[in-house]
Design a protein around this ligand. Structure first.
Ligand code: DGJ
Length: 736
């Protein structure tokens, strides 16, 4: 890995074993993009890649009419001079103009990577893991500066990017758009993949052909959302899971975002990713700065599985933090679907005791333990235990759970308040709302104004009190409504354009303070299931509740879609009761577990209410997961067959040393007199022998001839007709 600056030509070459990224100072002293893709030899001069081309009606730069920014690939384009495509940023200057001219001033190359203050970001554990480049640009007329930051990683085909604005001039400026990344590519022969959905069906992959005009996804909901995920892939048309070129852009941020592709009329492609510019206006006085969040840009020429594996490894090792980042996750039992808010200490202890008997390690008490929270109309904001339900408090309950030999976890929803709460009665101005206008409610609740420090401080104090008083090993941090009427009561008009971003900074700062005080707590983020499942959250909470839809068959799709951008160790997945609460579907306890294994794994039901035979199965499932969770949560995950395209879903995980693997195989609907099926495994050693049960196969056999899976006419495999599944455990002969 290296970053080279060629002084003579003003060109930078960032490269590692797999990728090259070349950019250079353009004739007008702005920064130009020259190449991004597979590693190429370094050389002094790539300036032939700046293509000068005169086109009728195109505006040329002063004194050089055959040079137009509109025809030039740039690093951080502005709007309003000779490029009239969508820009990476917009500044309004004091005279009302919005034209900028940011020219190269200097640069710094250094080992390692600097943290981004107050923001989540990938980090290095030692400076040898990455090398960074900061390029300083200045708008001479106004003395506003911007710094483009790039980090190239030694072990990943990844470049991370962010931008910092600094107002060194005397006049005030308003930043109206500040993307974290702009990437100009010479052609648009890509398919765009986005991960869209809604509550209960998050992260469905959607593929679109890029063509002239704009393709975009966004969230303006105040959180990254279930509707669109801040992650996109641009893949070549022939790229599939196992081969071909693709670029991924993942936004390390949890609030409003925009990811956009613009194909111009000459076929060039501009990708933008950053904070959504709508309702964003950040005033910078002299001496003030604004730091954008980070984008992680990954590249592959080996297909989408390889691209995903890059994100999985990077996010496990260099984004999540603390003692849980690579630790096997505890098998938990959560009471939500078992009791909703209707529980007593006695009923909770009964559920926990049965969990302990089955081998569960952590019991989690969900919503309903505080204030007057007997239904979802009240209580949020008052984080004091309800002694009518839990007479010995959270501390008392936690200690009883601990005495059973279980760890204890607790649910919070810190960002919300109900009208019927002491907090709202005392602080009606702590919510986001426009005075004099009606308040919208979502799940009967309002959003607290986390852009205000006093609000964040109050939540910190309340949560801190609970967490010091009780033996809490895990926190589920929920967030159950979208932000609307985004207005910070009492703040000046020019501050209102900061509110969405400051809200998220407030959430991050509360996480940070609690993580610092309680480094041993495992945090799981949640937002009505997976409505804030993003890389920003993973910096604070290494796992996220993936969806409120716990139906195993639905979960195949949701977990499959989530795996494109996020590691298996981050995917919260539980076995729940049947008929399923969301779909009414009944799926065997085997299939429910066979799906939930590929995540953090746990149960979300009352184990007292299942049959003795099922309970015996549960015990075996927990034993199985204890044995294999290390492999599942940290191995290489491969998608083999998509539930979006066929009746068969399949995936597998291979250990880093390729000596072990686990395959999940899910024929969704029963076939009558169906054809024969084979599963072509991958990622194994060609020359090693693997056992599967009593049989032994060569690695190459399993990958090229395939594993025959249509031997399923036997009763044991097909007890219920539909929704069957099978787990294959592979061990290389030395390890068997
Ligand atoms: C939404 C979450 O996704 C559920 O798991 C549960 O915690 C409820 N909120 C509780 O209100």
């Amino acid at each position: 890995m290296s970053i080279i600056f060629h002084k003579e030509t003003g060109q930078f070459h960032l490269y590692n074993d797999q990728i090259s990224y070349v950019m250079g100072i353009l004739p007008n002293q702005e920064m130009g993009q020259l190449y991004y893709g597979k590693r190429v030899h370094d050389k002094e001069d790539f300036s032939y890649l700046v293509e000068y081309s005169f086109r009728p009606l195109v505006v040329g730069t002063p004194g050089k009419e055959d040079f137009s920014l509109e025809m030039t690939r740039q690093e951080y384009p502005s709007f309003g001079t000779t490029d009239l495509r969508n820009p990476a940023f917009e500044i309004t200057y004091e005279n009302g103009s919005h034209v900028s001219h940011f020219q190269y001033v200097s640069h710094e190359i250094y080992q390692g990577k600097k943290p981004l203050e107050g923001l989540p970001a990938t980090y290095v554990e030692d400076d040898g893991q990455a090398e960074s480049l900061d390029i300083l640009l200045r708008d001479e007329l106004t003395k506003v500066e911007l710094c483009l930051s790039y980090t190239i990683w030694r072990d990943y085909p990844v470049i991370t990017r962010s931008v910092r604005f600094f107002n060194a001039g005397q006049e005030k400026i308003v930043l109206r758009k500040a993307m974290s990344l702009s990437l100009d590519l010479p052609d648009h022969q890509y398919d765009w993949m986005q991960f869209s959905g809604a509550w209960g069906r998050e992260r469905t992959p959607i593929v679109k052909e890029l063509s002239c005009g704009i393709t975009a996804i966004e969230s303006q909901r105040g959180h990254s959302s279930a509707n669109q995920n801040p992650f996109i892939i641009c893949k070549r048309k022939k790229t599939d899971e196992f081969q071909g070129e693709a670029i991924g852009l993942s936004f390390v941020y949890s609030g409003n975002f925009l990811a956009q592709a613009e194909v111009d009329t000459y076929g060039a492609l501009r990708l933008l990713m950053g904070i959504h510019p709508r309702n964003f206006a950040w005033t910078l006085q002299n001496g003030e700065s604004f730091q954008t969040p980070e984008v992680v840009m990954a590249w592959t020429d080996k297909g989408l599985n390889d691209l995903s594996q890059t994100y999985h490894r990077l996010y496990r090792k260099n984004l999540t933090r603390g003692m849980w980042k690579e630790k096997e996750r505890p098998i938990l039992l959560n009471n939500w679907e078992a009791t909703l808010m209707d529980f007593t200490e006695e009923s909770i202890l009964k559920i926990a005791a049965k969990g302990k008997e089955a081998g569960v390690e952590l019991f989690v008490l969900d919503d309903g333990w505080f204030g007057e929270r007997n239904d979802d109309h009240r209580g949020l904001g008052d984080w004091k235990v309800n002694l009518l339900k839990l007479p010995e408090g959270i501390g008392g309950l936690g200690r009883k759970i601990n005495a059973m030999g279980l760890k204890f976890g607790l649910w919070f929803e810190p960002e919300m308040v109900n009208e019927d709460s002491d907090m709202y009665r005392q602080h009606p101005d702590w919510i986001l709302n426009v005075p004099g206008r009606e308040r919208s409610l979502g799940r009967h609740q309002m959003v607290l104004d986390f852009s205000k420090e006093e609000v964040v401080d109050n939540l910190y104090q309340q949560m801190h009190e609970v967490l010091v008083d009780a033996p809490i090993a895990y926190v589920k941090w929920d967030m159950n409504r979208t932000i609307s009427e985004c207005f910070s009561i009492g703040k000046a008009p020019e501050e209102q354009g900061r509110v969405y971003h400051k809200y998220i900074l407030g959430v991050y700062s509360l996480y940070e303070r609690l993580k610092k005080d309680f480094p041993e707590i495992l945090f799981e983020s949640c937002a009505s299931g997976g409505a804030r499942f993003d890389a920003g959250m993973l910096y604070y909470a290494p796992q996220a509740w993936c969806s409120d839809d716990t139906d195993a068959i639905e979960r195949l799709k949701i977990q499959y879609g989530s795996s494109y951008g996020y590691p298996i160790s981050s995917i919260g997945s539980h076995v729940s009761a049947v008929p399923n609460q969301q779909t009414g579907r009944s799926v065997s306890i085997d299939t429910r577990a066979n799906v939930a294994y590929f995540g953090t794994f746990g149960y979300e039901l009352d184990l007292n209410h299942i049959s003795d035979e099922e309970f015996e199965e549960v015990k075996k499932q927990i034993e199985f997961m204890k044995q294999y969770r290390g492999l599942i949560q940290s191995g290489r995950f491969y998608r083999l067959s998509s539930p979006f395209d066929s009746n068969i879903c399949s995936w597998m995980v291979v250990s880093e040393d390729q000596s072990e693997a686990i395959v999940g195989y899910y024929p969704i609907m029963a076939e009558v007199n169906g054809g024969s099926h084979r599963l072509y495994l991958t990622g194994l050693m060609e020359d090693a022998q693997y056992t599967i049960g009593k049989n032994t196969y060569w690695g190459d056999e399993l990958m090229h001839i395939g594993l025959v899976t249509s031997d399923h006419v036997d009763e044991a495999f097909c007890p219920n007709g539909d929704f069957n599944s099978r787990i294959y455990v592979l061990k290389s002969v030395q390890n068997a």
